[in-house]
Design a protein around this ligand. Sequence first.
Ligand code: MG
Length: 163
Amino acid sequence: MIFKPKIWIKNVLSIDKEFLEKNGIDALILDLDNTLSLHGDPAAEEGIPEWLGKMNELGVKMRVVSNNTPKRVAPLAAKLGLEFTANGAKPLTFGLNSAVKALGTEKKRTAVVGDQIFTDVLGGNLAGMISILVDPFQLEKSLPFRIKRSIENLVFRRDLKKR
Ligand SMILES: [Mg+2]
């Protein structure tokens, strides 16, 4: 199913050496808002810089692909030492595909990690990459977001089991 993540985890901190080996992952395309930081927060969430350091030690290639603006994405990506694509237009695949080219990895060994089914998971699946859904750090308070979350929870997460 095109909306179904290949893997569902609590957050990126669940990704470690064993997880990467087990799932055949060499590279991570990371969403920003609610995946590495709270929505709009200029700082990353607790533990994220240390986790990125561990991933770097393991030789995992990483890049941020966010649908948010360069103004939002650039400062935090720079702070975290990550290359990035802003205005990524997920679930369209061109941003994800160019990110894979920039990383120099194979699509089938590259995971797209994010908190949204309709952008991150759908985009990853459409691009032929490994889709990984994380729980958002914070559920957005705006009504459209809440409605979307309810639909996701009702329709798509119902039969999923979190690892
Ligand atoms: Mg997000």
